[in-house]
Design a protein around this ligand. Structure first.
Ligand SMILES: C[S@@+](CC[C@H](N)C(=O)[O-])C[C@H]1O[C@@H](n2cnc3c(N)ncnc32)[C@H](O)[C@@H]1O
Length: 381
């Protein structure tokens, strides 16, 4: 396509290019929920549209729960998953190898989760969420994982992580929020208000049930041929030093929006469970004004330009954001940022579909009048 010869209007494609019916894509994607994750149909659509050959390399600089990389592997490509959040690296890398359900069932059934660990049960914060016996099982699983980082135990930890807190009987906790971990003191108040105390929830059976569900779709036989060669890098999007120059065939990504996400406090329970320290994330990408956001995206696009092969594509999905009570189209800001990054704007694809479920997190208000739109800016080098 000739660069920049089209009029601005003709560069917009609007339609229902993919539908995201509940649970339509591969069940492996649904092991874990993650704030602001995109639907797997989005990377799948662009992989099919822009990659004519298999065995290509697909990067997501803001990998999140790993949607792009998993979809790349399911479609016969290699993935590079980058994210600054160590939790995100765990979520994605724990599916590099997906062991069989039968093997993990045997391992879980053989685990001794009732060994009492010395001081562990005296935990003031956690008992607002868990019955002492449940907490003991969780802590014992944590201890076992410290000494056994096999793919099986890692996948079991991923599943347990997804069951840590939520509002149904399938979770280990008393009724609480599923997506973010609220402070223990708020949970204490919730318990009083709801007149509830944590009941014993045996963790093994809950892990097994969830695992059966997540592994119910068979993996394509080639999945591990690709996933085993994935790269997982924990770098800033504007300095992905472990990603070689001219090495990437396609980027599909969604950056943090102008957000107020508190990566540390929202994830404290998950971080405790995995023994990871999120403190260094203080201030990461909590960008609250458009000009700083534009500079952040510009630096990221410059770095993407470095790692992309010539003529390859980059797709950046953004939403509309309310900023000072006005609707801001972030796709416009991405296009402006691209001008200074040497990438050129090919088109903007707006996928508009009737929504089935209202969501309004991250200040995104793209669910008006019964439609849900993803605005995807396509750039090329
Ligand atoms: C919108 S989410 C991406 C969700 C992803 N598409 C998915 O499906 O899970 C944005 C991600 O960017 C990460 N992030 C924020 N600032 C970053 C930075 N400067 N460099 C790399 N990653 C960053 C966050 O940790 C978060 O996982």
């Amino acid at each position: 396509m000739a660069k920049n010869l089209l009029t601005k209007e003709s560069k917009y494609e609007i339609g229902e290019f993919w539908t995201s019916k509940q649970r339509q894509s591969h069940t492996l994607h649904y092991c874990i929920s993650y704030r602001a994750a995109f639907k797997p149909e989005l990377p799948q659509y662009f992989i099919n549209r822009f990659l004519k050959k298999k065995k290509r390399t697909i990067l997501d600089p803001f990998g999140g729960r790993g949607t792009t990389t998993i979809q790349a592997n399911l479609d016969g490509h290699f993935g590079i998953h980058n994210d600054i959040n160590p939790l995100s690296i765990f979520l994605a890398e724990s599916r590099r190898v997906v062991p069989s359900y039968e093997k993990m069932e045997k391992i879980i059934n053989g685990l001794d989760l009732h060994k009492k660990k010395s001081d562990e049960i005296q935990d003031n914060d956690l008992h607002h969420f868990y019955h002492p016996k449940t907490l003991q099982e969780i802590k014992n699983l944590k201890e076992i994982y410290k000494e056994d980082k096999s793919p099986e135990l890692t996948y079991i930890m991923l599943t347990a992580l997804s069951r840590l807190h939520g509002h149904s009987d399938g979770f280990f906790s008393v009724y609480t929020f599923p997506q973010i971990s609220i402070p223990a003191i708020s949970q204490k108040r919730n318990n009083e208000k709801r007149n509830q105390t944590p009941q014993y929830k045996a963790i093994k059976e809950r892990i097994l049930k969830k695992m059966r569900n997540d592994l119910s779709d068979p993996l394509p036989p080639f999945y591990h041929e690709f996933s085993k060669k994935n790269k997982y890098t924990q770098s800033f999007s504007y300095n992905m030093k472990e990603v070689p120059t001219d090495s990437v065939d396609l980027i599909v990504t969604s950056p943090p929006f102008l957000d107020k996400v508190d990566y540390i406090n929202d994830n404290w329970l998950k971080a405790w469970f995995l023994d990871i320290d999120l403190k260094f994330l203080t201030g990461v990408s909590i960008i609250q004004n458009p000009s700083d956001w534009k500079e952040f995206i510009q630096n990221t696009l410059r770095e993407c330009h470095r790692v992309m092969k010539k003529n390859s594509f980059l797709v950046m999905e953004v939403g509309d954001v309310l900023y000072k009570k006005e609707l801001l189209n972030l796709d416009d800001l991405v296009i402006e940022s691209a001008e200074k990054s040497s990438l050129y704007w090919v088109k903007t694809i707006i996928n508009s579909q009737k929504f089935t479920k209202l969501s309004n997190c991250w200040n995104i208000s793209n669910n008006e009048k019964g439609t849900n739109s993803n605005r995807c800016v396509v750039l090329s080098r």
